[in-house]
Design a protein around this ligand. Structure first.
Ligand SMILES: NC(=O)c1ccc[n+]([C@@H]2O[C@H](COP(=O)([O-])OP(=O)(O)OC[C@H]3O[C@@H](n4cnc5c(N)ncnc54)[C@H](OP(=O)(O)O)[C@@H]3O)[C@@H](O)[C@H]2O)c1
Length: 277
């Protein structure tokens, strides 16, 4: 069973394909266990998803040793003051049934809480051994730079929406320049890529699925880890099978050309920052 290659960022070793778990109801412990049995060693959850408990159950059921799994969870925007932040981390660890996570992220920025306070709380969680690494999600580049400046510990990733329908070239370049991994969420545009004629044509020619082509396009950019979700065992296994073929430069360009102005999916009013693209 082949494992995904690992991306390095400020001491973190992040498997380039992870398993997404948003959507309680769709995601069950058996899916998490199936992902680990299929070779995933990176699991993405969040306090907000309500899936931490099933993620913990799935990890234990899989038989894969805890230390072999890169486990990420997140603190929601309502909990970015230091005391709330610490309580949220404790609740996450209890729900997951683990002593530490490998990556702890601020889930969304929140203007009403001083960023320095939140970054202090994030760094403290790392220094207490509650997480091995830290990062942010849904920050624009200027906010990411503020976070890097204000955080006493290095950030290893920006988690952001990234798939062929959204133009994230500036964000990818910014992560590359700062030595961060971009963790691509909604890497399949929540299923919207299905039926895309260009992805379908490349899939047919390479003998892969549209999802494998889209995921390959992400990981072939070398600083991107993608975290697709599926609640279907066959698709879970397929989605990690993206390391035995390569897209030509021409195909990489054609897929990049699919970006469209309305391609972004996660854009909550009042919470989303001004995006870089
Ligand atoms: N930080 C954030 O704010 C944030 C926001 C959104 C998501 N995320 C993270 O990113 C993860 C992934 O994003 P997402 O779950 O929103 O969407 P996604 O992974 O882009 O898409 C999931 C959808 O694609 C379908 N799918 C998966 N593999 C497929 C395949 N091979 N062929 C056809 N359809 C396939 C799934 O259906 P089936 O189940 O039927 O296969 C599901 O409906 C989340 O689960 C979460 O962990 C983070």
């Amino acid at each position: 069973m082949p494992l995904a290659p690992v991306l390095e960022a400020h001491g973190a070793r992040i498997p380039a394909i992870g398993f997404g778990t948003s959507g309680l109801g769709d995601v069950r412990a058996e899916h998490v266990a199936a992902a680990l049995k299929a070779g995933y060693r990176h699991i993405d959850t969040a306090r907000k998803y309500g899936t931490e408990r099933v993620v913990g159950e799935g990890m234990r059921a899989s038989g894969v040793p805890r230390q072999d799994v890169f486990l990420c969870t997140k603190v929601s925007h309502e909990n970015l003051h230091a005391a709330d932040f610490a309580r949220s981390v404790e609740a996450s660890l209890a729900a997951l049934g683990v002593d530490y996570v490998d990556l702890l992220l601020v889930h969304w920025p929140q203007k009403s809480t001083p960023l320095a306070e939140t970054m202090g709380a994030l760094a403290k969680a790392k220094r207490q051994g509650l997480t091995r690494h830290i990062g942010v999600a849904n920050f624009n580049i200027a906010m990411m730079d503020d976070a890097i400046r204000l955080c006493p510990e290095p950030l290893v990733t920006l988690q952001a929406e990234c798939h062929p329908y959204v133009d994230q070239r500036k964000v990818i370049a910014a992560c590359r320049a700062r030595g961060l991994v971009l963790t691509a969420y909604c890497p399949l545009a929540r299923g919207r890529l299905q039926g895309d004629p260009i992805l379908a044509e490349i899939a047919q020619r390479t003998g892969k699925t549209f999802a494998q082509v889209a995921l390959r396009w992400l990981v072939q950019q070398e600083v991107i880890a993608a975290i697709p979700r599926s609640s279907n065992a066959a698709r879970i296994a397929q989605n990690i099978g993206v390391f035995d073929f390569e897209l030509s430069e021409e195909d990489m360009r054609r897929i990049a050309g699919l970006a469209r102005p309305d391609g972004r999916i996660a854009n909550p009013a009042g919470r989303a920052p001004v995006w870089d693209a």
